[in-house]
Design a protein around this ligand. Structure first.
Ligand code: BG6
Length: 486
């Protein structure tokens, strides 16, 4: 065990909410099981909804049974021994006295406060923690999105938190950065000479980053209708992926080096204006349709609001205006109620400059496909000769590395890695404030010009690949890497 696994009080505000049961506690379970989260850790659940630790534990057991196959009772018991529960109203400063007492009794090397609450409470919680003398230099806080809904609201929220915490104490989660395949992208780029040699505008024709979901908006109607696909997925997850694809190699893989490089990419992103916004972006909303032969209702029916203009799909083309990427389009796409769930990054290389084969048949581009989910894999598409005499026939075929068949290890959820990184104090996979600021600036260039130009929302049937636009999507359809004609 590394020395940097500090003895920790992990305080989870909103610890009986959806995120806690779906992501945080399963992550705790697996890290306890892996003997990484040491059993001296105290987990203090804070909420208003449950009465005591026993009723909380019953709820926890129910949820973990849903999320974890072959749940082991012995691990659950270990978690039970680490748990305590505090009933608190987070908007009432007086209630924090109980927390102060609890932490004074349970002195540890560090206190990690996980804000698994609405972001409207981030400032209030920080203020009351400070007012009640609960925080010190070793305290850390973990923040979940949404970090604002535009540049101004982000600045305000950030200011409210930064009044009490230094940047090095703040862990802003983008769970895409915790995905194994995303971290592997850094290894692929920076531990393999062949890729890095070709990783530039001279050799790459375009980059495509796609997060397609078959789910709809679920229970998060109010939140989603205010945010839409652009702010819910592009501002954070897709831009973070773009940064990792496009950044320069950091001198050493540490938090500030990596984040400095990502920041440079965000600063180089070409903003939209009123002329380019309509040519470079498609936004859509799903109507009724079928997914896997099951009827699904429209977005407006899902949210019970029949004049909503919120986009559930967005596809855009942007450029990273720097030396390495000059002129290379980056296509970002995401949508809900698509035909199928998959997230992937496709690096489309340029065609060979000249066809030497007498048949003159088309030579396809090389493609590097990084499939983030499901069925995580890396695929390199290349031209191969079809065996047999009688001239050169060739066709694209793939070299594939499928994670599940190549590695025996269980595929950990992003939250496991991220949780342990907070405890260890490694901020590499968390967003620094200047990154978030830059990404909101760029998003603002879209939303402001959407307003100015009153860009149309295109409707698409649930269970399809979304609406199309000739500029972005050849053949007016949602692009799928294998069928792509670009
Ligand atoms: C969340 C978005 O951040 O990411 C959701 O708010 C989205 O709308 C989810 O469904 C996608 O995450 P994943 O890991 O399932 O791709």
């Amino acid at each position: 065990m590394t020395k940097t696994l500090y003895k920790t009080n992990l305080i989870i505000f909103g610890g009986d909410g959806d995120l806690a049961f779906r992501k945080i506690f399963p992550a705790i379970y697996y890290r306890v099981k892996g003997n990484q989260l040491i059993t001296e850790t105290n987990i203090i659940v804070v909420s208003r909804n449950t009465n005591d630790v026993n009723s909380f534990f019953t709820l926890l057991e129910e949820h973990l049974t849903l999320h974890i196959p072959d749940l082991e009772k012995s691990i659950l018991e270990k978690i039970k021994n680490m748990l305590s529960y505090l009933k608190m109203d987070l908007t009432d400063s007086k209630d924090y006295i109980v927390l102060a007492k609890e932490l004074a009794q349970k002195k540890m090397e560090q206190d990690v406060f996980y804000y698994s609450t609405s972001s409207t409470l981030f400032g209030t919680i920080s203020k009351y923690l400070a007012e009640n003398g609960i925080i010190n230099e070793a305290s850390k806080i973990v923040l979940e999105k949404p970090l604002g809904s535009d540049l101004n609201t982000f600045e305000q929220l950030n200011k409210d938190v930064r009044k009490y915490f230094e940047e090095k104490q703040i862990y802003r989660i983008d769970h895409y950065l915790g995905k194994e395949t995303v971290q592997n992208l850094m290894v692929l780029r920076f531990a393999n000479q062949i890729f890095e040699l070709a990783w530039n505008a001279e050799n790459i024709d375009n980059v495509q980053i796609t997060a397609s979901e078959s789910l709809g908006v679920g229970t998060r109607k109010g939140y989603y209708d205010k945010f839409g696909a652009l702010k819910d997925m592009v501002q954070n997850h897709l831009l973070q992926l773009l940064c990792i694809v496009a950044m320069e190699p950091p001198a050493k893989l540490n938090a500030d080096n990596v984040r400095d490089e990502k920041l440079k990419v965000l600063k180089a992103l070409r903003p939209f204006d009123k002329n380019t916004v309509n040519k470079g972006i498609v936004k859509g909303q799903y109507t009724r349709g079928e997914i896997d032969d099951k009827y699904v209702q429209s977005y407006q029916e899902d949210i019970d609001t029949f004049d909503s203009e919120t986009e559930t799909f967005v596809a855009l083309r942007t450029y990273v205006d720097n030396w390495r990427w000059a002129g290379v389009p980056f296509y970002l796409r995401t949508g809900k109620r698509m035909k199928r769930r998959f997230s992937e990054i496709v690096i489309n290389f340029k065609r060979v400059p000249h066809n030497v084969f007498p048949s003159g048949n088309k030579i396809d581009r090389n493609k590097l496909i990084i499939r983030l989910q499901p069925e995580e894999k890396i695929e390199l598409v290349q031209m191969m000769k079809v065996p047999g005499p009688g001239g050169y026939r060739y066709k694209p075929s793939s070299l594939e590395l499928d994670y599940s068949s190549s590695f025996d290890e269980r595929f950990p959820d992003a939250y496991e890695r991220l949780l342990m990184d907070v405890i260890r104090g490694d901020q590499t996979l968390f967003m620094r404030e200047d990154e978030v600021r830059e990404s909101w600036k760029w998003i603002n260039s879209i939303t402001e010009n959407w307003e100015k130009t009153e860009q149309d929302l295109e409707l698409y049937k649930a269970g399809t690949w979304g609406p199309g636009d000739e500029v972005l999507l050849p053949k007016h359809k949602w692009y799928q890497s294998k069928e792509d004609n670009l």
